[in-house]
Write a protein that binds this ligand. Structure first.
Ligand code: GDP
Length: 196
């Protein structure tokens, strides 16, 4: 797949407003500041496709991008931002779970986690919901450039080990938008999802 061809499609306030449930889509999710926008920009080789460094938690929009007539990338709102009211959080978690359960065109979920803070509660919930919906999950340990090679390998092995507990199709890779570390692996996994 030529990820450079991504173009902005729509911003949806909730899952009901997403494009028609046809073709194949892959969704990106992660805590605010995990490096999701940077990863989307790196994948698509576009500096400002997904905006980076917006006020965390403010924009709860689902941004959608088209790769071609049948394939989409979905940028889910970042979660885990402390200042969001509990009611908003709960509403969002409910619709996220519903999206993972009901969306026919969704063929895979990418979960981004800062390598220095992996597998927080909400990350684990999200992976559990995806596995329960038979969705494959690609966990990206982002900002891998922040750690020395020995330290990041250790965390990679720990997270891979912990991921076995989900009893699903969960792949874990290191990633860095700064030096493109792990980009080939991401493309390989996404290519198989988009081919399905
Ligand atoms: P988002 O909230 O998940 O979309 O996160 P962003 O992509 O906006 O990134 C949050 C912060 O982390 C920004 O200051 C980025 O510059 C920084 N960042 C993102 N990816 C990387 C990376 O691979 N390496 C380093 N060192 N910093 C990164």
């Amino acid at each position: 797949i030529n990820y450079q061809r991504a173009t902005f499609l729509t911003s949806a306030p909730d899952i009901k407003a997403l494009p028609a449930d046809q073709g194949i889509e892959v969704a990106f999710a992660g805590r605010s500041n995990a490096g999701k926008s940077s990863a989307l920009n790196t994948l698509t080789r576009q500096n400002s496709l997904a905006r980076t460094s917006k006020t965390p938690g403010r924009t709860q929009l689902i941004n959608t991008f088209s790769l071609d007539a049948d394939r989409r990338l979905i940028d889910l709102p970042g979660y885990g931002f402390a200042k969001v009211p509990l009611a908003v959080k709960e509403k969002w978690q409910k619709s996220l779970a519903e999206y993972l359960q009901k969306r026919q065109s969704l063929k895979g979920l990418v979960v981004l986690m800062d390598i220095r803070h992996p597998l927080k509660d909400l990350d684990q919930d999200l992976i559990s919901w995806a596995v329960a919906s038979d969705l494959p999950v690609l966990v990206l340990l982002t900002k891998a450039d922040k750690l020395a090679s020995g330290a990041r390998k250790k965390i990679l092995l720990e997270v891979r080990e912990a991921s076995m507990a989900f009893m699903g199709d969960v792949t874990v890779h290191l990633f860095s938008s700064l030096n493109k570390f792990g980009l080939d692996e991401v493309e390989q996994v996404l290519d198989t999802w988009y081919q399905a």
